[in-house]
Design a binder for this molecule. Structure first.
Ligand SMILES: Nc1ncnc2c1ncn2[C@@H]1O[C@H](COP(=O)(O)OP(=O)(O)OP(=O)(O)O)[C@@H](O)[C@H]1O
Length: 779
C-alpha cells in the first residue's frame, strides 16, 4: 500500500511574513489640517505644503518632561489655516471617490485633539465655503455614476451581502416603501452643491447607492438609523463576512437615489449621535461616527429595455467609502469633566490608545522578520472595525486636525508623532474586483446603431439569402475578413427584418455580438499598438538619455579615479611627513631629555664640578685648592661655541677676568661638561698658538713646550677648533712692542674642555707676562 505523503504545513510566521512588493502595498496616507487661530502665541505653524513645525508655547503650557525643542513633522500634505474646505476635499477625497467608482474600498478618518476641527472638516456647514467632505463626496458620487437602477432592485441580505430582486418584486417593494419616504429639509435643499463629475465608472455596470451610519459610544456600536420604538438604540455586535470584512451586524443600509436623500439620512443619524457641550468644545462629539457609502454594482443586462442588472447575485460588486469622524482625545484635567462626560472621555481616550497600539504593533511586525506579534484589533470596537482596512481591504487616509492654541501643545505633539509614524505602515492593496476586458456600453450602443442604419440602407439592395461562409481572422489587420463578416451580419439582419423566425433572430444576435467584439478588439488592438509605439519612442528617447548619462558617468568615473590617485599620493606624502615628524619629535624629545639631564646636573652639581669651580675660585684668589664645596644652582645658560669666541676676545685680559668669564657673572659655571675628566697632562697635547711674526726675546727662562705640541699661527675658526679638539691644553702667545721698543709678551694658558652640547671650550687659568725693556728707556 502506498504510504500517504504528509504535506508540510508552512510555519505561521513564514506565511505572514511573505514580503510584498511595492506594487502590492499602499502606505497609510496622512494629511494634516491646521485650524484657524487668532491668539498671539500659536504653538504650531505650517512651514510648507508638506511640513508643520511646533513652536514652544509659554512654560505654563508645557509639561515638565515635554521636549524643549521645536519639532518638524512631515505629512503627505499640510493644509494651512488659509486652505478652505474645497481644497481639503479635492486633495483628500476625490481620488477615494474614483476608487469607489472602480470597485475599491477606502477609509477616510479625521483624528486629533478635541476642538481641533474634525467634525468641521468632515461635515462642515451648509454654506459654500464651509461645506465639508461628506456632503461634497455624496454630490460627486451621484454626479459620476451612470446607469443607476430604480430603488429596491438591489437589496441588503444577510451576512453583509446584497441580492437582486426581479422586476415585479422590486416594483411591489417600491410601492410599499413610497409611504416611508423622508421629506427633504430646507437646509438640505438650499445648501451648497458640489458640481465635480468624475470619470472611472464602468458603464457596463448598473448600480445603486446605500448609506449606513453607526456610532461607537463607550465602546458599544449603535445603528443611528435604527427604527428605535422607544428611542433607545440597540447595542450591535461586529462580525466578519466571507470576504473577511468587519461589519456592524444588523446596521441598516438605506438605499438613496440622490445626495439630498443621503444627506437627509445622515441628518437623521446626526440627531441621534451623542454630542455634548464641554469646556473645550460646545458641540463636542462624544462618540466615533462611521458613515459608510456603499456603491452596489452588477453587470448590465442588455436584453431588457430598462436599466437592469443581470440576475446573478454572484456578479455583484460592492465598494464602500467609510467616512469616520473620531471623537477627540481630551485630558480630564483640562476638560474638568465629571460623571458621564468623564466616562465618555475615558472611553474615547482608551479607544484612541488602542488604535495607536495596533499601529505600533503593525509597525513592529513590519520591521521584524521573525517575531510577529498579534495585532490587538479586538481590544476596542473602533480598532476591530478598522481591522478590515488595516489588513489590506482598501486604502486608508487620515486627516489629522490640529489647533495651534498653546493649551493643546502637549496633546498635539503626541498626536502628530503618532500620525507621522502611521505613514510608515504599509497596507496590502485590495485585489481588483471589477470584471475586466468588457466592451464599454457606449461602444456597444454606437456600434449597434451604426449597423442598424446600414441595414436600413441596404435593405432594398437585398437579392439573395447568404450562405454561412467560413471566416478565418488572421490578425487584427485582417480587414477583408472583418468586412466580409460585417456584410454577412448585415445580410442576416435583412433576413431578420423580413422573417419572424426565432432561430435566425437568436443566431443573428450571436453573430452581432461576435462582430461587435471583433470590431472592439480591432480598435482596442490598434489603440494598444499606438500606445506601444509611443512607449517604444519613449524607450528610445530614454535609451538616448541613458547612453548620454553613461558617457557622462564614464567621464566622471575617470575623473574620480584621477582624484583618488592624487588623494592616494597626497596620503602617502602625508604619511611620510607624519613619520618624519615623529622622528623629529623623537629627536627633540631625546635632546630635551639630555637638556633635562644637564640641567639636573647643573642644578645639583657633582663633586667634580664643584671641585673644579672651587679650584678656579681659589686659584683666582691666590689660594691653594681645597676640597669641593657646594655652590648655589646657576641660572641656565645656552651651551654653544659663543664662550670660545668670547674667551678669545678676552685673552689679553688678566687671569681674574678669564676666570670670571668662565664662571659667569656671578661666579657660576655655565656650559662646561661637568662629567668631563681630563686626561693627565702628560698624555694630552698642547696647542701652541704663536703669532705669525714672533719677536725673538732670547729669554733664559722659557715656557716648556712638549715635543708632541701642535703649533699654529693661523687662528681661523675651522682649523683652530679642529686642533683644539685634538688637544688638552691651549697656549696663546701675544706680543706687543710699544713706541719706545719695550716688548711685552703674554702667554695665556688654558685647558681645553668639551662642552655639554658637543663643542669645545677653553678655560683660561693663567697668564704669564714677560716684559723686555728697551735699553734706550733705561738710560
Ligand atoms: N478650519 C476651520 N475653519 C473654521 N472653523 C473651524 C475650523 N476648524 C474648526 N473650526 C471651528 O472650531 C470649532 C470646533 O471644531 P469641531 O467641533 O469640528 O472640533 P472637533 O475636533 O470635532 O471637536 P470634538 O473632538 O470635541 O468633537 C467649531 O466651532 C468649528 O466651526
Amino acid at each position: 500500500m502506498a504510504s500517504r505523503k504528509r504535506g508540510i504545513t508552512p510555519a505561521r510566521d513564514q506565511v505572514r511574513r511573505k514580503k510584498l512588493s511595492l506594487d502590492e502595498t499602499d502606505n497609510i496616507e496622512v494629511f494634516c489640517r491646521l485650524c484657524p487661530y487668532s491668539g498671539s502665541t500659536p504653538s504650531l505653524k505650517a512651514i510648507d505644503d508638506l511640513s508643520i513645525q511646533t513652536l514652544l508655547p509659554p512654560p505654563q503650557f508645557r509639561r515638565e518632561n515635554a521636549p524643549q525643542v521645536e519639532k518638524i513633522f512631515g505629512f503627505g500634505r499640510v493644509f494651512s489655516e488659509a486652505d478652505g474646505q474645497e481644497v481639503v476635499f479635492e486633495q483628500t477625497s476625490v481620488d477615494l471617490i474614483v476608487n469607489l467608482l472602480k470597485g475599491q474600498n477606502s477609509l477616510l478618518f479625521t483624528y486629533g485633539v478635541t476642538g481641533s476641527g474634525k467634525t468641521y472638516t468632515m461635515t462642515g456647514k451648509p454654506t459654500e465655503s464651509d461645506t465639508g467632505l461628506l456632503p461634497r463626496t455624496l454630490d460627486v458620487i451621484f454626479n459620476s455614476v451612470n446607469n443607476r437602477v430604480d430603488k429596491c432592485i438591489f437589496y441588503p441580505a444577510a451576512l453583509n451581502t446584497f441580492e437582486i430582486r426581479s422586476t415585479l418584486d422590486a416594483h411591489m417593494k417600491r410601492h410599499q416603501m413610497a409611504t416611508d419616504r423622508l421629506s427633504t429639509s430646507r437646509e438640505i435643499t438650499d445648501r451648497y452643491y458640489e458640481a465635480i463629475k468624475l470619470s472611472g465608472y464602468d458603464d457596463n455596470m448598473v448600480c445603486s447607492v446605500f448609506v449606513s451610519y453607526v456610532e461607537i459610544y463607550n465602546n458599544y456600536c449603535y445603528d443611528l438609523l435604527e427604527d428605535a420604538k422607544n428611542g433607545v438604540l440597540t447595542k450591535r455586535e461586529l462580525r466578519q463576512d466571507r470576504q473577511q470584512q468587519v461589519y456592524v451586524d444588523g446596521a441598516k443600509d438605506v438605499e438613496v437615489s440622490s445626495s439630498e436623500e443621503a444627506l437627509e439620512v445622515f441628518c437623521l443619524g446626526e440627531e441621534r449621535r451623542r454630542v455634548s457641550s464641554t469646556i473645550l468644545n460646545k458641540d463636542s462629539s462624544r462618540s466615533h461616527s462611521v458613515f459608510t457609502i456603499k456603491l452596489v454594482m452588477a453587470p448590465r443586462a442588455y436584453e431588457t429595455k430598462t436599466v437592469y442588472p443581470v440576475m446573478d447575485s454572484s456578479q455583484i460588486v460592492v465598494s464602500q467609502l467609510c467616512l469616520v469622524d473620531l471623537a477627540g482625545s481630551e485630558r480630564a484635567k483640562r476638560t474638568q469633566n465629571m460623571g458621564e462626560r468623564l466616562a465618555e472621555a475615558n472611553s474615547i481616550n482608551q479607544s484612541l490608545m488602542n488604535l495607536r497600539q495596533c499601529i505600533d504593533v503593525l509597525r513592529r511586525n513590519q520591521k521584524s522578520t521573525s517575531n510577529v506579534e498579534q495585532v490587538p484589533y479586538r481590544q476596542s470596537k473602533l480598532t476591530h472595525l478598522f481591522k478590515t482596512y488595516l489588513e489590506g481591504n482598501g486604502k486608508i487616509r487620515m486627516v489629522i486636525c490640529v489647533n495651534p492654541k498653546p493649551d493643546d501643545y502637549d496633546e498635539n505633539l503626541s498626536a502628530l508623532a503618532f500620525a507621522e509614524e502611521s505613514q510608515t505602515i504599509e497596507v496590502k492593496k485590495q485585489v481588483e474586483r471589477m470584471p475586466t476586458d468588457r466592451i464599454p456600453h457606449s461602444f456597444f450602443s454606437q456600434w449597434n446603431s451604426e449597423l442598424d442604419g446600414a441595414v436600413r440602407i441596404d435593405v432594398d439592395e437585398r437579392s439573395e439569402t447568404p450562405c454561412p461562409p467560413t471566416f478565418c481572422l488572421r490578425d487584427y489587420n485582417d480587414n477583408d475578413t472583418v468586412e466580409s463578416m460585417r456584410n454577412y451580419a448585415r445580410k442576416l439582419a435583412e433576413l431578420q427584418n423580413s422573417s419572424e423566425d426565432g432561430a435566425s433572430t437568436s443566431l443573428l444576435s450571436v453573430i452581432r455580438q461576435y462582430m461587435m467584439e471583433a470590431d472592439y478588439q480591432r480598435i482596442e488592438i490598434a489603440r494598444l499598438k499606438n500606445s506601444l509605439d509611443e512607449r517604444d519612442k519613449e524607450v528610445e528617447r530614454l535609451t538616448g538619455f541613458v547612453k548620454k548619462y553613461k558617457r557622462e558617468c564614464h567621464g566622471l568615473r575617470e575623473r574620480v579615479a584621477k582624484y583618488e590617485q592624487g588623494e592616494q599620493e597626497t596620503q602617502m606624502a602625508m604619511e611620510k611627513l607624519v613619520e618624519q615628524n615623529m622622528e623629529d619629535r623623537k629627536t627633540i624629545q631625546s635632546q630635551k631629555k639630555a637638556i633635562r639631564n644637564v640641567r639636573g646636573i647643573i642644578d645639583n652639581p657633582s663633586p667634580s664640578v664643584a671641585s673644579l669651580r672651587s679650584r678656579f675660585d681659589q686659584e683666582n684668589m691666590g689660594l691653594q685648592p681645597t676640597a669641593p664645596m657646594q655652590t648655589p644652582p646657576p641660572p641656565y645658560q645656552t651651551p654653544g661655541r659663543q664662550p670660545v669666541f668670547r674667551k678669545r676676545l678676552e685673552m689679553t685680559t688678566s687671569t681674574t677676568a678669564v676666570n670670571s668669564a668662565s664662571s659667569g657673572a656671578n661666579g657660576q659655571q655655565g656650559y662646561v661638561n661637568p662629567k668631563y675628566q681630563r686626561r693627565s697632562k702628560s698624555a694630552s697635547r698642547l696647542l701652541d698658538h704663536q703669532p705669525l711674526h714672533r719677536v725673538p726675546t732670547g729669554t733664559v727662562l722659557q715656557s716648556r713646550t712638549p715635543g708632541n705640541a701642535i703649533r699654529t699661527t693661523k687662528p681661523e675658526v675651522s682649523s683652530i677648533l679642529h686642533q683644539l679638539n685634538k688637544s688638552g691644553e691651549y697656549r696663546l702667545t701675544h706680543q706687543e712692542v710699544d713706541q719706545e721698543g719695550n716688548i711685552s709678551t703674554n702667554i695665556v694658558k688654558g685647558d681645553v674642555i668639551p662642552t655639554v652640547s658637543g663643542g669645545t671650550a677653553v678655560f683660561f687659568h693663567d697668564i704669564e707676562k714677560l716684559t723686555h725693556e728697551s735699553p734706550a728707556t733705561r738710560k
